[in-house]
Design a binder for this molecule. Sequence first.
Ligand code: HEM
Ligand code: NAG
Length: 320
Amino acid sequence: MTSLSMAYTPLSIILFLFIGSSSAHLSTNFYSSSCPKVFSTIKPVLQSAIAKEKRMGASILRLFFHDCFVNGCDGSILLADTANFRGEQHAGPNNGSVRGFKVIDKIKTAVENACPGVVSCADILAVAARDSVVILGGPDWKVKLGRRDARTASATLANNNIPPPTSSLSNLISKFAAQGLSTKDMVALSGAHTIGQARCTSFRGHIYNDADIDASFASLRQKICPRKSGSGDTNLAPLDLQTPTAFDNNYYKNLINKKGLLHSDQELFNNGATDSLVKSYSNSEGSFNSDFVKAMIKMGDISPLTGSKGEIRKICSKIN
Ligand code: HEM
Ligand SMILES: *[C@@H]1O[C@H](CO)[C@@H](O)[C@H](O)[C@H]1NC(C)=O
């Protein structure tokens, strides 16, 4: 293209070409000749970790989300802080709450034994997130692969991009839109809160100050989460009060009953634009599963490092 014709190409087309090619190198069969055992190596490690502690499946799924929202799914969240490197693990949305790094390290060791220097930590996290959903009874899908690992991380972007539990509906919509994810993607992905736990500090405001909450549910949760900040801050409650270790659509049923744990959860069903979607997911596990899978694939496509960008880390917690 000459510089003259470039100058006359509408910006929207340039953007389209750019975004359209950003994940062109990810494919479901990326390791089919270089590491055919990748899936059969990852899954048993997760199975034993989740058999030991069911919550671990939730923790791994959340790690993938927090990785993808910061410069794309590039394993940046896995980089541990050192004396002269500040990564993402102690940024606000992560500090004291992200977990599962030892399980990822264990998987990486097993994968390195099977195929040394081939499989990125970013891809391991993507597969492990899918396997966690499947092991806990959720839908299955083929994971696109070929991501490479970042050599940097950003605590600032972790703070800016990952929405806090105090978010309004419009904030949630805009934080997901900033990652190229639609409102529908956001509502479907929030269904991940059908598993896992949150700390009192994440839901205190909702159970004491909000009106859009079932009164008996609020008093139940107040029992383990004192009003006074600084007391019981790390006490845990399940995000889905019905089936916290099963991946199902009960999360949406809770919202309809005003039993969402986080303020941000209940925002999805509080007389707003997403009420009808919450209703339809609560009525149809099939439509939730199918939209959740589509949105997970879309989230997994955010800005991957491919080709010669980044590296294949030897150890997930540090750059080579
Ligand atoms: C929509 C915006 C979201 C907000 C505001 C949000 C916020 C939170 C908060 C505050 C916690 C509890 C942290 C703690 O207190 O330790 C949590 C847990 C969790 N989140 Fe989200 N989240 C969102 C979306 C997502 C998405 C998109 C996923 C995955 C696809 C996800 C998966 C999880 C899981 C599985 C847990 C439980 C983790 C565990 O038990 O270790 N969340 N989230
Ligand atoms: C992370 O949390 C710990 C414990 O609550 C706190 O002492 C520390 O200052 C926090 N770190 C950052 C970077 O905020």
